[in-house]
Design a protein around this ligand. Sequence first.
Ligand code: GLC
Length: 503
Amino acid sequence: MPLSIAPGGQAVLFASSEAHPLIKTGGLADVAASLPAALRELGQDARLIIPAYPQAKRLVRELRVLSELGLKNTQGPVSLLGGLLPDRDLPVYLVEAPAYFCREGNPYTDVSGGDWGDNPERFLLFARVLARVALGLPTLDWRPDVLHCNDWQTGLAPVFLNSYEERPATVFTVHNLAYQGVFDRATFDRLALPPALWSIGGIEFHQRMSFLKGGIAFSDRINTVSPNYADEARTAQYGCGLDGLLRQLGSRFRGILNGIDYRTWDPLQDVSLAQNYDRDSLELKATNKLALQHHFDLPEDEHCLVLGHIGRLVEQKGVDLILDLLPRLLEQGNIQLVVQGEGDRALEQRLLDQATQHPSQLSVRIGYDEARAHLIEAGSDLFLMPSRFEPCGLNQMYSLRYGTVPIVRRTGGLADTVVDTTADSLASQEATGFLFDEANAEALWGALERALRLYHQEPANWRQLMQNGMTKDLSWEASAKRYQAFYEEALQSRSEQAAALSA
Ligand code: GLC
């Protein structure tokens, strides 16, 4: 491994199906790069592992072959590559298996937007390699104390490791309960998994198989990405069928709030902005608004209120609420809305149609562009996040850091990170945004009206609100320490279990 430094502390292998800047479809990618980096700053020897997608291979520094894995029953050879992330000294392993991962574009879907038909095979293979590396590869000279898996794509690794006496502790993080990796019985048979796994205590889930259930049921410690979503996840309304299992886990399951990467998301250093600024130079932010309007082909006017939205264009994110809000919003005049994202083709089309009808007020970019995301965060006045559910949400935190006031639904991590504006919370300088409860355009409009009133009638309070958000500590520091303690717990319970087995 090029960086074979062992800073002491625990050795952590952080497994994810995406990591920024190698490949990104959502917030998981941001967490997968920034949490291991924060752990390293605490003295943990954290290393990342993801599949060797072509775009990832192009970006990793000092890439080399570390080990041929000689796995049986695979399509073609499987090997482990190693290198460093392009923008920081974080060691990364890539699972090279061309028949499975050598595909351009989205890591999960083909060009038509449908899931790759062999996703079960692809992420079964990924999990097999994770288990191999976790048990210690003779050629690697490094062995993790903790395997930290994330989301369903890694869910089978703790299942495979479970029966090994010499295994590391396992921690599993759920970034979204709605994505479960559920497949039919025929797939289970095709994957040739041990028949005993087709059971309530295994990965069987309502007559189908669930990768996510595997990760949850077989790991030493399990968490999700905010305390509030952890509470919601234990209810039938939000639990996506796994609430019973999560309740059974008791204190083995909890919420640890995500942090954001202060190096990447810093309005004073951000190279994607037209103008850097901080809480003491907020007047400079307007230059970014003009650049944003220019970028989105909207009339450039710094007195026009700009709303931003970034996210997967899916029902979860409440894009339909924004669509329903449009008639009322656009009739206000002097308001513009910019949207970036991709997802559900019908929602994309509805947005594009509206943009065609209202070219001076609404502009939409389908796709995901990181630099543009930074410009939206900096150039907007308000950021809309009307999610139906939100395990954590990162964009509202980026907004806070950029002095862009978030309007969010009171759910999941949104409720944990945004403080509603009231006379009291303004006076105590705690207010950072606007919250609403019901998942409909009416409720969203109510929050927006409150925001517009403050913006137009109380400029000094508005400025204070922006500054409150910018002052909030959203960094990884506190949460990375919580993960460190969580790893300790996992190791402790692992060794108690091992002692019980050998007794
Ligand atoms: C998923 C969740 C989002 C969370 C992110 C990172 O994308 O939907 O709420 O912030 O993962 O944990």
